[in-house]
Design a protein around this ligand. Structure first.
Ligand code: MN
Length: 230
């Protein structure tokens, strides 16, 4: 069989695509990078050293939970945590992007939750093992629609409530690396590309979710999401 007639030996996996607010077109997801400890108060609540800079980890694209879908409580954990985050969606990429040019890569923003199996993450930390089991599991990345955006990044509030009670409420201005710096830093480690999503870190107030909880999140001016953990 030559290249022209080559076919997949199994059905290819579906492309993950996120709705865009007010538009019919979808945003295709290439990969998901996440920033750890990008708010000082959250770094402290996690026992971090104030001098440690933020860092990156990743989730697979198929960890996305599309807007309006509920989330299945994941297996092998007794301590599922919510982390409310601003998500950046890229329309272009590159390596070694300067902070001054970084915002040119932005398609838009969304509200997302970095769901975390905290017990598995902590066990991995203790043993010096990788974080995938704690962070990169199925349905670990609920997200809102993406809002197309140009100009300065969102600077409003970021909030999460559980069963109507506020758990996280902070300002995006409290990020240690701002959006342009997050993109620039990521591009020093990976060649970024259109379709990449970056979860930019969570403020303080992370905590456990149990089955039946209703989680509602908002990034002011960007979007809202809501799901029940079933
Ligand atoms: Mn996070």
């Amino acid at each position: 069989m030559d290249a022209k007639t080559a076919a997949y030996v199994i059905a290819p996996p579906a492309l993950v695509a996120v709705p865009v607010a007010g538009e019919t077109g979808l945003f295709p997801v290439r990969r998901i990078l996440c920033v750890g400890r990008n708010y000082a108060a959250h770094r402290r609540e996690m026992g971090g050293d104030d001098r440690d800079p933020p860092f990156f980890f990743a989730k697979p694209a198929d960890a996305i939970v599309l807007p309006g879908r509920d989330v299945a409580y994941p297996p092998r954990t007794a301590n599922l945590h919510h982390e409310m985050e601003l998500v950046v969606a890229l329309k272009a990429g590159g390596a070694e992007v300067s902070p001054e040019r970084a915002l040119e890569l932005v398609f838009g923003y969304a509200a997302g939750v970095d769901l975390t199996r905290r017990d598995l993450q902590n066990a991995a930390k203790d043993k010096g093992q990788p974080w995938e089991a704690g962070k990169a599991f199925d349905e670990a990345a609920p997200i809102s629609s993406i809002r197309r955006w140009s100009g300065p990044p969102p600077q409003g509030r970021i909030r999460l409530s559980m069963n109507g009670e506020t758990r996280q409420d902070a300002s995006l201005a409290d990020m240690i690396w701002n959006v342009a710096e997050v993109i620039a830093e990521a591009s020093r480690l990976w060649r970024l590309a259109a379709g990449d999503l970056i979860f930019t870190g969570t403020p303080e107030g992370v905590g456990p979710i149990v089955r039946g909880d209703r989680v509602e999140g908002e990034v002011e001016g960007v979007g809202r999401l809501a799901f029940t953990v079933i």
